[in-house]
Design a protein around this ligand. Structure first.
Ligand code: SAM
Ligand code: SF4
Length: 344
């Protein structure tokens, strides 16, 4: 569907958990106060929301977090989502440390694309950024995902000391796009120092004067791509701060607790969990035999064809999506949660 600005909203990012096994310094260096399990959406609840999303025009879903693979059963969720008519693509954004053990099940379930977050190829720096000595595992995960036939992108948050030349070398040797993301003033990101992609692009151009703009479509996102002749993958710049792309924004986000967020910058959106669970309680009262389990399929009436409350709430929230973010005026940011809670 289109929002009030006329933007077509086709892409839903789903945070399946706010938990993570890493402690990235710009994200959750000291961990977070995790949401209780009972407050997290069940897979069935996520499926119901995704089904309504598909009815409203969502075609692509990305699982993220926290670390999505820190939650058990992601293949099961992917399978549920892949079965929804209209959902064409399922992607995942992960730190890569838990990928290899579960990769065959993820692929079998229908995962199409994987974005692996990796800020450095230096083992010591990796440990300093993430709190864990796991660079070799992430590199093995990239190779394993490529070997399994997945489309792979590597995302690096651009920092003043990012060794971008070394990061770009990944795209030379492997068919992966290496993308640099500008740090956003969300959560801990407010206390970290990022770097402008404009500045980075200037440096890349100096080093590679033969750099060409790559107009081919690489996905549904806002990255601008460049090609270095002879490199297998492209270089992408995601310039949320210095290249505001709000006018072409096509996404909304679902937090792990079921809040449909329409912009990273603000708390705008709607509490879908309340609708799902409120409705279920009502149904249980009427039927007189409440179900104990949060995950059972028998509870799926809340988003059934006869029930439009969820659909209406989502449609209203999407229609009212803010026109643009206000990262350049930090005093106007109303989002108080960190990136791990809102799904990056
Ligand atoms: N744990 C997974 C991962 O790291 O890929 C998924 C969640 S993480 C919040 C999603 C992405 O957000 C990662 O690429 C991470 O580097 C990025 N990120 C976290 N905080 C950020 C910030 N303040 N600004 C820009 N990107 C950020
Ligand atoms: Fe975890 Fe991802 Fe946040 Fe790093 S960026 S702490 S991997 S959620």
């Amino acid at each position: 569907m289109r929002d009030a600005q006329g933007r077509e909203i086709k892409y839903l990012r789903v945070s399946v958990t706010d938990r993570c096994n890493l402690r990235c310094k710009y994200c959750m260096p000291n961990g977070i106060e995790c949401v209780e399990h009972k407050d997290i959406l069940s897979f069935e609840e996520i499926r119901q929301i995704a089904e309504c999303g598909a009815k409203l025009g969502i075609t692509k879903i990305r699982l993220t977090g926290g670390e999505p693979l820190a939650r058990k059963g992601c293949p099961q969720l992917i399978k549920l989502l892949k079965e929804i008519p209209g959902i064409e693509k399922i992607a995942m954004t992960t730190n890569g440390t838990l990928v290899r053990a579960i990769l065959p099940q993820l692929v079998e379930a229908g995962l199409d694309e994987i974005n692996i977050s990796l800020d450095t190829l230096d083992a010591e720096k990796f440990a300093a950024i993430t709190g864990q000595d796991l660079l070799p595992e992430v590199l093995l995960a990239i190779d394993a995902a490529l070997a399994a036939g997945l489309k792979v992108k590597v995302n690096a948050v651009s920092m003043p000391d990012t060794d971008w030349k070394r990061m770009i070398s990944l795209a030379k040797d492997k068919p992966v796009d290496v993308r640099f993301i500008e740090l956003m003033p969300i959560g801990e990101g407010r206390r970290s120092e990022g770097r402008s992609n404009e500045e980075l692009l200037e440096e890349i151009r100096k080093e590679f004067p033969e750099l060409q703009t790559d107009d081919s479509v690489h996905g549904a996102g806002p990255a601008v791509y460049y090609k270095i002749p002879g490199y297998q993958g492209s270089v992408g710049l995601i310039s949320a701060m210095h290249g505001k792309f709000c006018s072409s924004c096509n996404r909304v986000r679902l937090t792990s607790t079921g809040f449909l967020k329409t912009c990273l910058c603000y708390e705008d959106g709607t509490d879908l969990r309340q609708i799902l669970r409120g409705k279920r309680m009502e149904m249980e009262t009427v039927s007189g035999h409440g179900e104990g389990s949060r995950t059972g399929k028998g509870q799926s009436g809340a988003a059934g064809p006869e029930n439009n409350e969820l659909l209406d709430a989502m449609a209203r929230a999407i229609y009212g999506k803010p026109a643009e973010h206000c990262f350049e005026q930090p005093d106007q940011i109303t989002e108080a949660h960190g990136m791990s809670a809102i799904g990056g």
